[in-house]
Design a protein around this ligand. Structure first.
Ligand SMILES: Nc1ncnc2c1ncn2[C@@H]1O[C@H](COP(=O)(O)OP(=O)(O)OP(=O)(O)O)[C@@H](O)[C@H]1O
Length: 616
């Protein structure tokens, strides 16, 4: 609550709703006249010392009618909310937490509810129950519960993967207790946000029904009824519409603002908690309870060589990239980095196919058609062989120009200007002159700049840079990385930087994914990974980075090689090269285990590591 009140918008919304509710409850103490009291001498009066908000067509005090009318309006909202929560929350929790048949049945019910035209049912309910507004509002709450049901289910699905939920079950709590104590708590943010927004909708519907003359009948005061009366004399006395119209608008606005503020406060608390947990290295994941807000979300992606053998090359790869985030993907040759990068842009080698999982970009699951639509525009890619990507038979200006024409639709002069602008953006001196050269007339570093310029033509929100410096001279590598860093900061685009060099990743990225034999084996903020590499492979990669070797000393290579896809062991895939391997490592597949809220590792030694950390 304090997080809401700290925000000026939240404070104003809460104060307004509390004061309005109190004013309605204590209306007899605040008003000089009853809501039905008529003062024939002052019909349709403007505000005065006696009638603070004026009077209506029968000389009744508008201030009094608004407060008394607010009682039924706010009560109606409460009835609708209670019905909404009573139906949606338990069913959503059961569906998400228990899954299986319950999930399937409840989700069909949610779909059914979402497809029913609520307003028709409400009119029928009012006709059957003698214009009873409370019954109509309860019906509204139930009929609208499908959306919240689905959201709670989604949050519960995430929550049930939490280690502390599993631990609570192991400690002997019944599943019902775990659901109520642990899973429900994790869904609280979603529930509060949706309830605030639903309150605004319920008030709108309630006002609409009373406007149409349904619900309490005249002379009983209702906000909708007051608007209807005012509308009938609007051309002669427009003022009458102002008090009820304003209070309705402000109340709807306050509910909406409250929902927004709660959502902001919840996400802020979550990220603060995530950061705090990182520092404490407590074993809790930072997975979001609400639907993912990632720009790109890779979910359980498995890629295989097609045909009869169906050999897996990528195995259940999942990660998110937020807008503007720079994520590093690191691993030795053959670990699956390029395959992952290619899958993100929907350009797998022709003999490979996605076996399961999907790529979600900006909330949309990408299929072949949508990959084509985003490629080069929303998502762009630069590869390790820039020279190979530039057709030697065309001048640079022509190559960049054709991309500009394709993604921006520019031609002629505008196209040429944009080409020079792009080449200048990537710090190519004398861009107009370079545009006239052929690819073989420029250096490798310059070719990579041209490739970056082509990638930026569509103003991408995500740039995939697959080993952008590997093929370049050491002297040029730092320049290209500096350029990428500057462009990323200026354009605020997200970057997935693929590299086999952790030093490069540390320089550029906030988060790192370590891949080994087709799997993500470690996932962490860069600082965490460098401070406490939890997977022996990540630790070995760190130890083998050239920066670690002293001058004149050999670089410590990791003994052995990455197993080929047809040789992946059934347990930990790094076990054969790992000094710390135990029989348990080879027994069965190892899942990603939480080291801290934002740090996960596919190693069974994580609990031991955490104990050692805590002991220090
Ligand atoms: N078209 C293909 N058909 C069959 N197997 C392939 C194909 N392309 C890659 N592979 C295999 O998939 C695995 C992952 O390859 P990938 O190129 O993604 O690795 P990488 O980590 O990017 O390595 P590098 O750093 O050398 O580029 C490797 O074992 C590789 O041999």
């Amino acid at each position: 609550m304090s997080a809401i009140l700290r925000r000026p918008r939240g404070l104003v919304a809460v104060v307004f709703l509390v004061l309005l509710t109190l004013a309605c409850v204590f209306a007899p103490l605040l008003t000089r006249f009853g809501p039905l009291e008529q003062h024939i001498e002052t019909v349709r009066g403007l505000p005065s010392g006696t009638y603070w908000l004026g009077t209506d067509i029968l000389g009744r005090d508008l201030f009094s009618r608004i407060l008394y009318g607010g009682r039924s309006s706010l009560l109606g909202v409460v009835e609708a909310i209670v019905a909404h929560l009573v139906v949606a929350v338990p069913l959503g929790l059961v569906a998400g937490y228990f899954g299986g048949l319950a999930d399937r049945v409840i989700m069909r019910l949610a779909e059914l509810l979402m497809s029913i035209p609520a307003i028709m049912i409400l009119l029928a309910v009012l006709a059957i129950f003698g214009n009873s507004l409370p019954v109509a509002m309860i019906a509204l709450g139930v009929l609208s519960s499908g959306g919240l049901m689905r959201l709670v289910r989604g949050a519960a699905l995430v929550a049930r993967e939490e280690l502390y939920v599993t631990a609570a079950e192991l400690m002997g709590l019944s599943r019902f207790q775990v659901m109520v104590r642990h899973v429900l708590g994790r869904c609280r943010g979603v529930i509060i946000v949706q309830t605030s927004l639903f309150a605004a909708i319920a008030l709108g519907v309630q006002t609409g029904l009373t406007f149409l003359g349904l619900g309490p009948q005249p002379p009983a005061p209702t906000w909708g009824g007051m608007v209807a009366e005012a509308a009938s004399v609007f051309s002669q006395d427009p003022w009458m519409l102002v008090p009820p119209g304003t209070v309705i608008a402000l109340t709807v606005l306050a509910f909406g603002v409250l929902g927004d503020v709660v959502r902001d406060a919840t996400s802020e608390r979550r990220s603060a908690a995530g950061a705090g947990r990182t520092r404490r290295r407590a074993s809790r994941p930072a997975t979001a309870a609400e639907p993912s807000t990632a720009l790109l979300s890779v979910q359980g992606l498995s890629v295989a060589v097609g045909g009869e053998s169906s050999l897996r090359l990528l195995d259940d790869v999942s990660f998110d990239i937020a807008a503007g985030q720079v994520v590093g993907l690191v691993g030795e040759s053959g670990s699956g980095k390029s395959m992952t990068a290619r899958a993100l842009i929907g350009l797998l080698p022709t003999n490979c196919l996605v076996e399961s999982g999907h790529v979600v970009f900006d909330g949309k699951t990408l299929d072949e058609g949508s990959f084509r639509a985003v490629r080069g525009r929303e998502i762009a890619m630069i590869s390790q062989e820039p020279m190979a990507a530039l057709d030697p038979s065309f001048r640079i200006g022509s190559l960049v120009g054709e991309v500009v024409r394709a993604v921006e639709g520019l031609r002629g002069r505008a196209q040429r200007d944009r080409v020079v602008e792009l080449l200048t953006m990537v710090e190519i001196p004398d861009a107009a002159e370079v545009a006239r050269r052929y690819p073989h007339q420029i250096s490798g570093g310059m070719a990579q700049r041209v490739a970056i310029a082509m990638a930026l033509a569509g103003r991408p929100r995500l740039l995939i840079a697959d080993e952008p410096t590997t093929a370049l001279d050491v002297t040029v590598q730092a320049d290209i990385l500096d350029l990428l860093r500057r462009l990323q900061q200026e354009n605020g685009m997200a970057v997935l930087l693929v590299s086999h060099n952790l030093g490069v990743i540390a320089d550029m990225c906030s988060t790192v994914l370590v891949m080994y034999a087709g799997q993500v084996v470690e996932q962490a903020p860069v600082d965490n990974l460098f401070a406490l590499p939890a997977h022996p492979y990540a630790a070995a990669l760190l130890a083998s980075s050239p920066e670690k070797a002293g001058i004149g000393q050999p670089i410590r290579a990791i003994p052995g090689t990455v197993p080929a896809p047809d040789e992946w062991p059934s347990g930990c895939r790094f076990a054969n090269r790992c000094e710390l391997a135990q029989p348990a490592c080879r027994a069965e597949a190892i899942p990603l285990i939480d080291v801290s809220g934002v740090h996960r590792s596919r190693c069974i030694r994580v609990p031991v590591l955490l104990e050692q950390e805590a002991a220090q």
